[in-house]
Design a protein around this ligand. Sequence first.
Ligand SMILES: Cc1cc2nc3c(=O)[nH]c(=O)nc-3n(C[C@H](O)[C@H](O)[C@H](O)COP(=O)(O)OP(=O)(O)OC[C@H]3O[C@@H](n4cnc5c(N)ncnc54)[C@H](O)[C@@H]3O)c2cc1C
Length: 309
Amino acid sequence: MSETVIIAETTAGAVAPATAELVTAAVGMGANPTVVVPCTDAGAANAAAFAGVARVIAAKSDVFSAYDAAAWAQAIDAVAPQGTVLALASARSKDLAARLAARRGLPVVQDVVGINGSQLTSPILSGKAMQTVEVDGASVITLRANVFAAAEAGGGADVSVVDASGDVRTAVVEMMARASERLDVAEASIIVSGGRGMGSPDNFSHLETLADTIGAAVGASRAAVDTWEDIPHSMQVGQTGKTVNPNLYIAVGISGAIQHLAGMRSSKYIVAINKDADAPIFKHADYGIVATWEEALPVLTSTLSGMMS
Ligand SMILES: Cc1cc2nc3c(=O)[nH]c(=O)nc-3n(C[C@H](O)[C@H](O)[C@H](O)COP(=O)(O)OP(=O)(O)OC[C@H]3O[C@@H](n4cnc5c(N)ncnc54)[C@H](O)[C@@H]3O)c2cc1C
């Protein structure tokens, strides 16, 4: 029988909390899903047994130590049951979803923000329009973070460990990348983003202080990423960066170019801090502060810090 299969989102080898949102979506589609957890340590898969999950498959293989589209798709394809596949619309999982769909000859629908029976709604044209497509049968679907509520932890699903090493032809052995302890913008429910108006990469420490106060991830505009080597591309939000959908997006020293808006305009609340009252970002902001970040950030950080303590 055809199943609904969730590919768990993982961060640094652990099941990411956003996986629980996929479970809610699957249950809403009338399924008790199977969650496949790509892992090198099967113990990590226990965290995927959210309420509503029928079973968890810990797909254990060394290939999952570093992302490689071909190797991951091959290894997951070998162990995941047939049926509709749900994954998070993160940069990595969208790539993986397309690969998996191609391997299985299934349609793929990316960036879904609404499910109504077999109808799937997603933003197109940089978020300027919404499209609804009807799927007929099994498909591969990626869902944006922070759209569906997270399923409760503590379900009683069995966890089976499967060797997914199989016949993988190529794999990435080691990633030479800057390590980041910070929450990824694609998964965060609050994001503080800085643009070229921050003046220097050192000034991003002020954004980090605010982010630490309110439990946020730190993002950046492309101008910031392109201008300063110290600001990694993984932080970039926008058309050629990451698409984010947080509850709160705080844009600091960001003008609000259409390509930046493409990645964050669906945020539930947008706060903009910019010294130019005519900056386009203010047209999209729910709250705007016309001031330099040097003036506004210390006040905002200390006020929020007082409220959080
Ligand atoms: C094909 C293509 C794809 C692109 N993809 C992306 C993308 O994915 N993401 C993205 O972000 N951009 C993208 N861009 C670039 C985009 O067009 C803009 O150039 C970029 O977003 C501008 O970044 P910014 O707002 O940080 O810089 P600027 O446009 O330089 O704006 C800086 C802002 O900071 C304000 N400011 C200056 N000093 C201060 C201060 N002390 N306090 C407060 N405010 C201050 C200024 O008033 C200004 O509004 C893309 C462009 C192209 C052509």
